[in-house]
Design a protein around this ligand. Structure first.
Ligand code: TRP
Length: 450
């Protein structure tokens, strides 16, 4: 059965996809690796990767989704019925989405908890005592019930949006949350940039230092470009199937890529000037968000509660719209393969991913003795989600797009049946056939080696 669902407008499609793309990766990963690997020099490389490769992958997923009007597995099989085995690439995407969502819920649960603790003033009562802040985080994240409770609250919010449907749920919520996110990040930028000594943070982010741009840095830029655009797990195939028929896929993908990049840069400007101004060392990941930033906010005096609350709200908004796209992909997929009602599918995956998320969460505390290949469950799935699954799925997708899917279909879909000019097509084709597969192979191999 072909899917009938779609976003109501181009703006809606862009907002929803930007919502998916803008996530923890933009806020806690991009700024840090940008500074670490040479600031402006890294940014230059990143911009090339994101616009020349990331956007190509996104376009390929959009074309596959909209052309087939199906979710990952059936999409590949519909577009190339001769070899149903291509559906395996889609299956890999579904599995990846499942694990990413389960893991994403853990961090999102912490974020939800920190929204609560900053609004209620608990966080600011810790003052600027690093040891107290760090033991608060350890206690919070390893306690048996609190993180689970907040994880549950967060996934319930996501479920409610999905139950609202594609237009009334996802699209409308994204149209409210994305402008809110931009507003929040701008307010935080102004605060951060007007602190004494903020210039050092700007320098860390942007002043180009080509000597720091190592091979490792170039790889990090490539990995980040793919992760940040949410490509390589079939989610954009599902969203692609919702893009209205008259929309220009090329322009849509460029808008999404541009917004995602802009928000990553703004996040950097909201975070690092403040970090430097308060005399902290730059870092990334959970350490930055849950250990360093509370301290930074608490050094801001009276307004600490306000800025901490705004920041964790920003992070939660970014996480919600990403989690929505993941749960939607899983829900749409099961509805595409079975006769079950949409709400049943959504609840099913809500229960499964929440249960798995709880297990991952507990693997940091009470279940930390359970190890797979020497890693806790959380660290194991983190490796799977960052190093193996997405590049592999992206590689399969781009080979399908560049070498397998009939070229007439691609051109017909990109040009809206011949009504749009395809001035970019030759470059796109070259990237999709040669550069992107090679780049993904390098990412995959270097990930496995490291
Ligand atoms: N792009 C998200 C971020 O920057 C992370 C992510 C990767 C993601 N793949 C995804 C989000 C798929 C939603 C769906 O944080």
């Amino acid at each position: 059965m072909a899917q009938q669902k779609s976003f109501s407008s181009n703006l809606g499609a862009i907002m929803a996809a930007v919502g998916s793309a803008v996530g923890l990766g933009n806020i806690w990963r991009f700024p840090y690796i940008c500074g670490k690997y040479g600031g402006g020099a890294f940014l230059l490389v990143y911009l090339c990767f994101v616009f020349l490769l990331g956007s190509v992958l996104m376009m390929s997923e959009f074309v596959i989704g909209r052309r087939s009007q199906h979710t990952p597995i059936k999409a590949f099989q519909t577009l190339y019925p001769k070899h149903k085995a291509w559906g395996l690439v889609g299956a890999l995407g579904i599995v990846t989405s499942f694990f990413i969502l389960s893991q994403y819920l853990v961090i999102s649960g912490w974020t939800t908890g920190y929204v609560w603790h900053s609004v209620s003033g608990v966080l600011s009562s810790l003052g600027t005592d690093s040891a107290a802040i760090s033991s608060f985080f350890t206690e919070f994240s390893t306690s048996p019930w609190t993180p689970v409770l907040f994880l549950g609250v967060f996934s319930l919010i996501v479920l409610i949006v999905i139950l609202g449907g594609v237009q009334k749920g996802i699209e409308n919520v994204s149209k409210v949350l994305m402008p809110l996110l931009v507003l929040l990040v701008l307010v935080l930028c102004v605060r951060s940039l007007t602190l004494p000594g903020a210039g050092k943070g700007v320098e860390y982010l942007f002043s180009p230092d080509f000597s720091k741009l190592t091979g490792e840095g170039v790889l990090a830029a490539l990995g980040q470009a793919l992760f940040s655009l949410s490509v390589g797990m079939g989610v954009m195939i599902v969203y692609g199937s919702y893009i209205p028929a008259g929309d220009n896929i090329f322009k849509t993908a460029m808008w999404i890529t541009g917004c995602d990049t802009l928000i990553a840069i703004l996040s950097g400007l909201a975070i690092f000037p403040a970090v430097f101004s308060c005399g902290f060392e730059p870092t990334g990941g959970p350490g930055l968000v849950f250990l360093v930033l509370p301290n930074v906010f608490n050094s801001m005096g009276a307004a600490s509660v306000v800025f901490a609350s705004l920041f964790f709200l920003l992070l939660m908004v970014a996480a919600i719209t990403s989690a929505i796209s993941l749960l939607e992909a899983l829900t749409a997929w099961i509805c595409d393969h079975t006769q079950i009602r949409r709400w049943v599918g959504a609840v099913l995956f809500f229960v499964l991913t929440t249960a798995l998320g709880v297990m991952f969460s507990m693997s940091i505390g009470s279940l930390s003795h359970i190890k797979i290949t020497g890693l806790t469950l959380f660290d194991f799935v983190d490796r799977l989600n960052s190093i193996y699954l997405p590049p592999l799925c992206a590689l399969g997708t781009i080979i399908f797009f560049g070498w397998v899917m009939p070229e007439e279909d691609i051109k017909d879909e990109l040009s809206n049946h011949g009504t749009l000019r395809l001035g970019y097509y030759k470059l796109l084709r070259f990237m999709a056939r040669y550069v992107a597969p090679l780049a993904l192979l390098v990412v995959l191999i270097s990930g496995i080696i490291s």
